[in-house]
Design a protein. Structure first.
Length: 161
């Protein structure tokens, strides 16, 4: 069974566009590191995120406590570092959900499988859980950045005009 480990940014953006329901549809259960939960419940976190991830957590979420973070993650924020370290602990059968460029680079250097919001929305579209262009349009006003080339490649992969 694949251990799907989620970072704060993915949870935050999905909560802000009211699509947290996509995670259990795609994966069943998602492991959320303890530090990521703390970041999501911080008073400065978006209200939609805090209300979606109450201390009891949604039914699809599994709380994970990491061990020692990998030295490679020292430059990252605590949630990213813990998510990457937990995915590494389960590296033979894990999927890391992460979007930050530096975190993705470190995860890639460790050989971890990962997916970001673009990949989640592509899979959601393939499985008819959402409409790809609408989902991306909801992210743009939030400051989520993707290159036009990356979006065009994704649309082409999905067979969209």
């Amino acid at each position: 069974m694949t251990v799907v480990v989620c970072d704060t940014s993915v949870l935050s953006y999905l909560a802000l566009i009211e699509q947290l329901h996509l995670l259990p549809k795609l994966f069943g259960q998602v492991a959320i590191p303890h530090t990521v939960i703390a970041e999501c419940l911080h008073p400065d976190a978006p209200e939609l995120l805090r209300s979606a991830l109450t201390p009891e957590l949604p039914s699809f979420a599994v709380r994970l406590v990491g061990g020692t973070n990998l030295p490679e993650t020292a430059s990252l924020d605590p949630g990213e570092a813990e998510a990457i370290s937990i995915a590494w602990q389960h590296r033979n059968d894990s999927l890391l959900l992460i979007d930050e460029k530096q975190g993705r680079a470190i995860a890639a250097s460790l050989g971890l499988r990962m997916r970001g919001l673009l990949g989640l929305h592509m899979e959601g579209h393939r499985r008819q859980f959402l409409e790809f262009d609408s989902a991306l349009a909801n992210l743009k006003p939030l400051g989520f950045r993707l290159s036009e080339q990356l979006i065009a490649d994704a649309r082409r992969s999905l067979g969209l005009p």
